[in-house]
Ligand binder design. Structure first.
Ligand SMILES: [Zn+2]
Length: 199
């Protein structure tokens, strides 16, 4: 347990939230940390190890994160892009790329996060690699299981976030109704009004 004692534990106390979790599915929200990835100018939300630590905490994966180092950030972005490549293959009915399968499988083979029962409830803890292992395992269950048929890409062109359409009737068009859905509805309303004025 020496490593635990030596590790710097980071707790975000200022309440600033720097990441977004629009679709509520951890590995897919993680994919979304390269925001608007299919646009000309995507935004990298994992620009530093501290950004990664913040993601682990804000996602609810762990209550506080052990400080990541540069190699953890590299492993995180490599895993993220591998998950996206697998999701993309599923979205387009392509064969799963072997290299990306290997990256996700290797990450998943690392030790899982520790789950501890406490007096108040329960918590997870562990290293950045263990947190990535958790994400890889969840991604495998999505890509390799029945949920793969529910994978979608957000219909707002500026977004392109991937999500699982678990809605009844499977007609969900947006990663999140609160953000992209309401923006697209407002846009459609403005366009209808404009068309009405012109007519
Ligand atoms: Zn969206």
């Amino acid at each position: 347990m020496v490593t635990m004692e030596l590790a710097t534990l980071i707790t975000r106390q200022n309440g600033d939230v720097i990441h977004a979790f629009p679709c509520g599915t951890l590995p897919l929200d993680f994919v979304g940390t390269l925001r608007a990835r299919r646009n000309e100018t995507p935004t990298e939300k994992l620009a530093s190890p501290a950004d990664l630590d913040a993601w682990f905490v804000e996602s609810g994966l762990v209550p506080r994160a052990e400080a990541s180092v540069a190699s953890d950030l590299d492993a995180a972005t490599e895993l993220r892009e591998a998950i996206y490549a697998l999701v993309w293959a599923r979205l387009h009915d392509r064969r799963l790329p072997a290299r990306d399968m290997a990256i996700v499988n290797e990450a998943a083979a690392a030790a899982p996060l520790t789950t501890t029962l406490t007096a108040d409830g329960w918590m997870r803890s562990g290293t950045p690699r263990q947190a990535l292992s958790h994400l890889a395992r969840e991604a495998i269950e999505i890509v390799g299981g029945e949920q793969a048929a529910l994978l979608r890409e957000c219909g707002r062109p500026e977004c392109t976030q991937v999500y699982l359409d678990t809605s009844r009737g499977h007609r969900r068009e947006w990663c999140s109704m609160a953000t992209c859905g309401s923006r697209m509805k407002a846009k459609a309303y403005r366009e209808r009004r404009k068309a009405g004025t012109a007519a």
